[in-house]
Design a protein around this ligand. Structure first.
Ligand code: AMP
Ligand code: ZN
Length: 430
């Protein structure tokens, strides 16, 4: 099933010709209208007008999130063209957020891409989408909302949290799809179980569109088992419209990235050099259709690789693999490079482990991982727990080469955030 079969299955040569035409237009617009890019191109000694091929892209300078912050509030906006109608910000953790502007056509285009994604998962206008993402400045909820309405399904703008109400809405209005973060999906699966609800029997849920933060295959399986649904990985970032940048099709082997809208590069995060197809590195995106705020070679910080093989679903837009983390998420613990995601994937392989965890770095480089137990495991059998603690310690050590202190805690005792989960607390005195 396709939303826009022609574009989604465009033969590669045509797709690349379209990319080039749109790239040239984007570069021309930023050179004409954005002082930041005029200066950057000058400093890099490149004449944007001299671009001839997609390969020439690598001569252009990168744009970073620091550049976006420095141009806050509106330094990168282009006001010629259609009206700028919407402001979003990225869910930045500290200081000023990044401000992102959408023109009328950007709002529409973002919804188009979501419609492609939804239909790609097998969703139809018969579906009922319960949108559990945060409505507001965050792109996650609103962009999905508009796209789902475009497909023609009923959208319930539930927002995050308040699990009791979520469950009520789900039952009363027969929600078939949820859109949420992996951390909230896990939490909600737990909640449903405690309420004695069997999702397969008592709910109509069929699919989960799960994204906005990194998660592992193990977590995908836990969510699927807990809620009786198929989970589709959903990737996006505010700088590129929010959700709908890349999404899994029914094959669920990597996420198709809409290459008529985004030009994909994978670079070595340390040297900035492009890597050969298939190698893992930092994803760099150039927007090809954004009007109000196009970005050239934007460094996402997200770590992934491009899947070279064509997808059996027939879409010609290439896939990227599950994001394994952000290059700035990497922790250095006692000299070893540790991604929180590696720890998560070890933990979620244990059936005894519940649905939440927290990594604490303290003192002189001590790593403690607090791990919630599942309800069934929390039986008070001390011996049993000690053994489990040892097994988890050993598996985590083998994965990240640092021996953690594992603290088993009661189900539901760790904090749950409404937006993106906070997985690491770093209080080291180094
Ligand atoms: P924001 O701009 O606030 O929407 O945050 C975007 C960031 O969230 C991305 O750059 C990724 O780091 C992260 N993110 C979004 N979706 C996913 C996903 N499916 N898997 C991993 N990380 C994700
Ligand atoms: Zn596919």
């Amino acid at each position: 099933m396709f939303w826009d079969r022609e574009v989604e299955t465009l033969p590669r040569p045509e797709l690349e010709a379209l990319q080039l035409a749109r790239l040239l237009r984007t570069v021309r617009r930023v050179r004409e209208h954005v002082p930041f890019y005029q200066q950057r191109f000058r400093e890099a000694g490149v004449d944007g007008a001299a671009l001839r091929s997609l390969a020439d892209l690598r001569r252009l300078p990168f744009t970073t999130s620091a550049d976006l912050r420095a141009s806050y509030p509106d330094g990168l906006v282009i006001h010629t063209g259609d009206e700028v109608v919407r402001l979003h910000t990225s869910s930045g953790t500290t200081g000023k957020p990044k401000a992102l502007f959408f023109s009328r056509s950007d709002v529409n285009q973002a919804a188009e891409l979501i419609a492609r994604c939804l239909v790609m998962t097998g969703a139809t206008r018969q579906d009922v989408l319960q949108n559990m993402m945060t409505y507001g400045l965050f792109t996650g909820a609103l962009v999905m909302h508009y796209g789902a309405e475009k497909v023609g399904m009923l959208v319930i703008p539930a927002g995050p949290g308040n699990s009791e109400r979520q469950l009520m809405l789900m039952k009363d209005f027969g929600s078939t799809i949820i859109h949420t973060t992996p951390s909230y999906a896990l939490y909600f699966a737990d909640f449903v179980e405690r309420r004695g609800v069997d999702p397969r029997r008592d709910l109509k849920l069929r699919k989960g569109l799960i994204g906005a933060e990194p998660y592992s295959e193990e977590t995908r399986r836990k969510i699927e088992e807990g809620l009786g649904i198929e989970v589709y990985n959903s990737y996006g970032l505010s700088e590129m419209n929010g959700p709908g940048v890349a999404f899994e099709c029914r094959e669920r082997q990597g996420m198709h990235i809409w290459e008529d809208n985004y030009l994909v590069e994978i670079i070595d995060p340390d040297t900035g050099e492009p890597l050969p197809e298939g190698e893992t590195g930092e994803l760099v995106l150039t927007s090809l259709a954004r009007e109000a705020m196009p970005l050239v070679r934007y460094r996402t910080r997200d770590i992934t690789s491009v899947v070279a093989e064509p997808c059996p679903c027939g879409r010609t837009h290439r896939r990227v693999n599950r994001i394994t983390g952000r290059s700035d998420d990497m922790l250095i613990v006692r000299g070893a490079n540790v991604y929180p995601q590696q720890i998560e994937s070890v933990l979620m392989r244990f059936p005894e482990v519940g649905r939440n965890y927290l990594i604490r770095l303290e003192g002189l480089d001590e790593m403690t991982v607090q791990v919630e137990l599942s309800d069934a495991t929390f039986d008070g059998q001390f011996e049993h727990l000690l053994k489990l603690q040892e097994r988890i310690t050993e598996k985590v050590r083998a994965e990240v080469m640092v021996k953690p202190k594992i603290e088993l805690v009661a189900p539901g005792s760790l904090p749950v955030s409404e937006g993106k989960a906070k997985r690491v607390i770093d209080n080291r005195k180094l």
